[in-house]
Design a protein around this ligand. Structure first.
Ligand code: CA
Length: 625
């Protein structure tokens, strides 16, 4: 419902402070626009020059609930300054409220241009914010702060008429800002609710870079995390895009992880760093961002890859529906051993009762020959694992399961203490290969001692997978390898001992990274925990609550400090060759470089981390930054 009336310029001028200079632009007038109000607290009250009258925008329970108030300026204007006064009753109502500029009347193309800071506005007094956005906008508005009613006594916009340019945008903190608008500001209320025709804006490089997509699809995502009040989202661009300059993939789908149960906001980030440094073939891209959702600040999120087949993601052959026989039928498949598999469309329950989701080929493209093949092949692997001669290196389960990637995945699960490690386990089977490769790691909300069911992890006498929740059948699966195959146990010690010799695989290395990330997150986490005041409250499986962000971060660091020596004991350290044992001769710089992880698996598109670089006949260890 939209209300409008004409603003009288003379009335507004009475309130303009004497300090406003010409450079600030002139005070702008226009047609008033806004949502429904409460009682007689009408929209015009926000523009009447009277600090004692206010507009009270209603926040209703329906899906189009966000209250807002603004102006149609008639023509495009570059906004230089915004003034507003919270009503005398309510200061908190306006904290984190977003101001937007747009060039369509329905604000579908709205971009944030300013935000009300945490400190500053005083109830019943004008507060001014300088705006440094170079694009011209015809429509401007203030949207009610996330989760709060809107109660504003006065609202003023200053600026100069003109188209402006796209050289400067507003970035909420030092982190990139991702803002998205769904048609009609419809809320994403169910996980499967797809909002096509959404607009997405990614603002980075201190506001100097803008990526936009005006026909994106926004939807919810996640399993346990979808149930939380701060929602996780998936972005699907109209066309493949590189979302930020440091993202390796060019892709349509990207995920915004909410990290709501993880009050450090960085458990996934830490685990991904460990995965990269352990030489896993692929680890998701990961970047902290601020999110604005239909004009509301929604907090700190983690921008990650969609878990999918892509040259710079899960890098296996993408199958066609016509790949139904011969070698073409043998891959590539991307599957997930998944306790939630029965909620998916494309899944099977294997022998040994293990539920498996088929991620690729996609559920709407896979053909029966393919789903039958991968189910049968998974069962072949299980039959080998549970056969009498399963330990046989040639003909046992190792013929079908790549041991090193499984063991490295296992080690990462133990290092992070992630109780979801075998609740959800990804695997790939590439075309022409006999073996399932385990990974990538994903979903680390409960890692680093964030699960009340297993806290404190370092006090447990055995590996954490014994205590964590697992998909059906996975206790026996892991036991068979870790407890019943001495050769695998020996290999586990070798892999752990090898990693432990590297400078980037120590408690000191990771704890220093954590300090850097806490610094990077500092501005944003303060906004996040104002939007979601959950410090000191139990969320999801939190084992304990702490009252500051710093205390949450320190708990993770303390866990890591203890976890490394604990695993040294549980796994057992063995002698491994020094790094210098890798044969190193004169580098043949003319030969093309190929990169291998420390398990000797070729990595086609290496991200940062430690690798073996081969050029022609030479090999050396290198750290890629
Ligand atoms: Ca007023």
């Amino acid at each position: 419902m939209k209300l409008s009336s004409i603003t009288f310029a003379g009335l507004l001028l009475a309130l303009t402070p004497a300090t406003v200079s010409a450079a600030d632009g002139q005070k702008l007038v226009g047609t008033q626009l806004g949502t429904q109000c409460k009682d007689n607290l009408v929209l015009a009250n926000a523009f009447d020059g009277d600090l004692t009258t206010c507009f009270y925008g209603l926040r209703t329970s329906d899906e189009y609930s966000r209250p807002w108030a603004g102006l149609d300026l008639g023509t495009k204007h570059v906004i230089t300054r915004i003034g507003f006064a919270p009503s005398s009753e309510s200061r908190s109502c306006s904290r984190l409220a977003i101001f937007q500029g747009a060039n369509t009347e329905d604000f579908i193309d709205a971009i944030p241009i300013a935000m009300v800071p945490l400190e500053g506005p005083v109830p019943g007094q004008m507060y001014y914010i300088d705006v440094n956005v170079s694009r011209g906008f015809r429509y401007v508005r203030m949207v009610g702060a996330g989760g709060a009613q809107m109660n504003v006594a006065e609202l003023e916009f200053y600026g100069n008429e003109g188209e402006g340019d796209d050289s400067q945008f507003f970035q909420i903190t030092n982190l990139p800002t991702i803002a998205f608008n769904t048609p009609g500001m419809a809320q994403i209320v169910s996980k499967d609710d797809k909002h096509t025709g959404s607009q997405v804006y990614v603002i980075s490089d201190d506001g100097t870079t803008l990526l936009s997509d005006n026909n994106a699809t926004m939807k919810g995502r996640g399993n346990g995390s979808w149930a939380m009040e701060k929602k996780p989202f998936q972005i699907k661009f109209d066309k493949k895009k590189q979302i930020l300059a440091d993202a390796p993939a060019i892709a349509k789908k990207w995920t915004l992880i909410n990290n709501h149960g993880d009050k450090t906001l960085m458990r996934n980030k830490i685990a991904f760093e460990m995965s990269r440094n352990a030489g896993m073939p692929y680890t998701s891209y990961c970047r902290f961002v601020d999110v604005v959702y239909n004009g509301e600040y929604e907090g700190t999120y983690q921008l990650c890859d969609q878990m999918e087949v892509n040259k710079n993601r899960v890098n296996i052959t993408e199958m066609e529906p016509t790949d139904t026989e011969g070698e073409a039928l043998t891959g590539g498949y991307f599957i997930e051993i998944d306790a939630y598999a029965d909620q998916e469309v494309s899944w099977f329950r294997s022998n040994r009762n293990i539920p498996v989701t088929i991620k690729s080929p996609d559920e709407d493209e896979i053909v029966p020959a393919q789903s039958q093949y991968i189910e049968n092949y998974f069962n072949t692997m299980l039959d080998a694992l549970f056969s009498a001669n399963f330990k046989d290196e040639e003909n046992g389960y190792r013929k079908y399961l790549d041991l090193d990637s499984f063991l490295t995945y296992f080690l990462l699960g133990e290092l992070t203490g992630n109780t979801d490690t075998f609740w959800s386990t990804y695997m790939t089977k590439e075309r022409g290969s006999d073996k399932f490769v385990t990974g990538p790691v994903w979903d680390q909300d409960l890692a680093f001692d964030n699960d009340g069911r297993t806290f404190p992890v370092n006090d447990k006498s055995n590996f954490i997978y014994n205590y964590g929740s697992k998909a059906d059948g996975m206790q026996n699966f892991v036991d068979r390898i870790i407890k019943q195959d001495p050769g695998a146990k020996q290999r586990l010690s070798f892999l752990w001992s090898t990693l432990r010799k590297h400078a980037d695989f120590t408690p000191e290395y990771f704890n220093e990274k954590i300090d850097q990330w806490a610094q990077e997150l500092d501005q944003s986490q303060k906004l996040n925990f104002t939007r979601w005041p959950i410090l000191g409250q139990y969320v999801h499986q939190n084992p304990t609550v702490r009252y500051t962000y710093e205390a949450e971060v320190n708990a993770v660091k303390n866990y890591i400090t203890k976890r490394f020596p604990k695993l040294d004991t549980l796994i057992g350290l063995v002698d491994v060759p020094d790094d210098s044992a890798v044969e190193s001769v004169e580098t043949d710089t003319d030969a093309p470089a190929e990169y291998y992880n420390l398990q000797g698996v070729r990595v086609p598109n290496p991200s940062a981390g430690l690798y073996i670089e081969r050029r022609g006949n030479t090999a050396r260890k290198v750290i890629l930054k």
